[in-house]
Design a protein around this ligand. Structure first.
Ligand code: SF4
Ligand code: F3S
Length: 107
């Protein structure tokens, strides 16, 4: 089991999640974060920390975001590790809650 970052992180990237992770299993792209499924120990600490409510337990990922399970696994292999909180993206508030952000994902 792992936790998964879903669509609402895209273009927000608040990074509060990375501060609480005991195993530093977050990886950072230009406008999205992912969790490495083989490193996550399923502690659940990050889920309530995300202001955008973008983090789900693998078995609670919404039906319309199932592709994010594979996307987290794929991108965690190629993006660099992030272990410290940084400022959110400049338009985070504006993008928070918008639907259909997957086409905004930068790799
Ligand atoms: Fe890290 Fe725990 Fe969140 Fe997994 S569930 S990403 S181990 S804080
Ligand atoms: Fe993204 Fe939420 Fe973390 S917006 S960077 S999953 S705190």
């Amino acid at each position: 089991m792992t936790f998964v970052i879903g669509e609402n992180c895209i273009k927000c990237k608040y990074t509060d999640c990375v501060e609480v992770c005991p195993v530093d299993c977050f990886y950072e792209g230009p406008n999205f974060l992912v969790i490495h499924p083989d490193e996550c120990i399923d502690c659940a600490l990050c889920e309530p920390e995300c202001p955008a409510n973008a983090i789900f337990s693998e078995d609670e990922v919404p039906e319309d975001q199932q592709e994010f399970i594979e996307l987290n696994a794929e991108l965690a292999e190629i993006w660099p590790n992030i272990t410290e909180k940084k400022d959110p993206l400049p338009d985070a508030e504006e993008w928070d809650g918008k639907k259909g952000k997957l086409d905004q994902l930068e790799r």
